[in-house]
Design a protein around this ligand. Structure first.
Ligand SMILES: [Zn+2]
Length: 315
């Protein structure tokens, strides 16, 4: 079963079925539907009665025709919240869902080389669109995707705000949760005092140097590789022997990324849970700060970006 976030689906079905809808229900269920721009959900648009953004779990196995009426969608939301089948991500003022193709345009604007895969989220610590080349690239990329002037202006305005956090709306629910926690982790790191920030980055660099012993299966493979190298290069193969005898703590992708990724991925991606003891062993202080940020960003419903930076003394 494919788990999908319904933000896009709900918008589609609500837009497609707004005839004959009780205005009171609209008012109650949704504050506002975005009329002037397709593909953008403002933070105020999909809220449940507690004022939290509702992101329901719908899957392809649901029959969409049965949900193609607004009231039914609302009922569905109510039911979903009761059954804990939704994620309540409370969006901050400067956090937005965007379509994946808009996110792709943003990344292409930074770098004209085509990217493999796409980014799920980004934290914009500065106004990168201030750079003429980036802005021009961004606009022409959106134009090529048939976004109109109003929509393009809207994205320019939002993406120009330093501190903006963007997450793609059309990915799986589990992924969306991870994107939010991950990008919020970056935001919390950037908030640290300069001393604590630099300290964390130094520890991250040390962590990247850690190598782990191989499992017997991995060892068998690298032994074969080494034998082949030895046949080809003779004694010279010894020079790479140590690289074959151990593996890095992180994947190549994280290894090539900035030091912040070490923490952001470890905190939010279950694949890197095994890294935590290494942080603790390398630096109890870094681990304490890491744990405090992690507790903040994994609490998707209560996260508050206005809290002061974490220190060793606060949470
Ligand atoms: Zn990241």
């Amino acid at each position: 079963m494919v788990e999908r976030c319904s933000i896009r689906h709900l918008r589609d079905l609500i837009t497609a079925s707004s005839d004959g809808v009780d205005p009171q229900s609209i008012e109650k269920g949704l504050n506002r539907i975005d009329k002037d721009g397709d593909g953008f959900i403002d933070r105020s648009e999909l809220k449940n009665e507690h004022g939290k953004l509702v992101c329901t779990t719908l899957s392809d196995s649901w029959s969409f025709p049965t949900l193609l009426r607004f009231k039914e969608a609302l009922e569905y939301l109510g039911m979903a919240s009761a059954q804990d089948a939704f994620c309540g991500i409370r969006l901050e003022e400067n956090e937005h869902f965007v379509p994946g193709e808009v996110m792709d345009s943003l990344f292409k604007a930074f770098d004209s080389q085509p990217k493999v895969g796409g980014a799920g989220g980004v934290f914009l610590e500065a106004n990168f669109l201030m750079q003429d080349k980036v802005r021009t690239n961004f606009i022409s990329s959106l134009r090529s995707k048939k976004f109109d002037r109003v929509q393009i202006y809207k994205y320019l305005r939002i993406f120009s705000q330093p501190g903006t956090l963007l997450v793609v709306e059309d990915d799986s629910l589990g992924q969306i949760k991870e994107y939010f926690s991950h990008e919020r982790f970056h935001r919390e790191l950037k908030k640290l005092s300069p001393e604590n920030y630099d300290f964390m980055m130094e520890v991250a660099k040390k962590l990247k140097k850690i190598r782990l012993p191989l499992t017997p299966a991995e060892k068998a493979i690298t032994d074969r590789t080494f034998d082949n190298l030895r046949k080809q290069y003779g004694d010279k193969a010894e020079e790479v022997r140590e690289h074959l005898d151990a593996k890095r703590l992180f994947s190549d992708v994280i290894h090539r990324s900035g030091p912040e990724e070490v923490y952001a991925h470890t905190a939010t991606n279950p694949k890197y849970k095994h890294v935590e003891p290494y942080i603790q062993k390398t630096s109890p202080k870094a681990y304490a700060l890491y744990e405090k940020i992690k507790a903040r960003v994994l609490d998707l419903e209560n996260y508050d970006s206005n809290l002061p930076p974490v220190t060793l003394d606060n949470g």
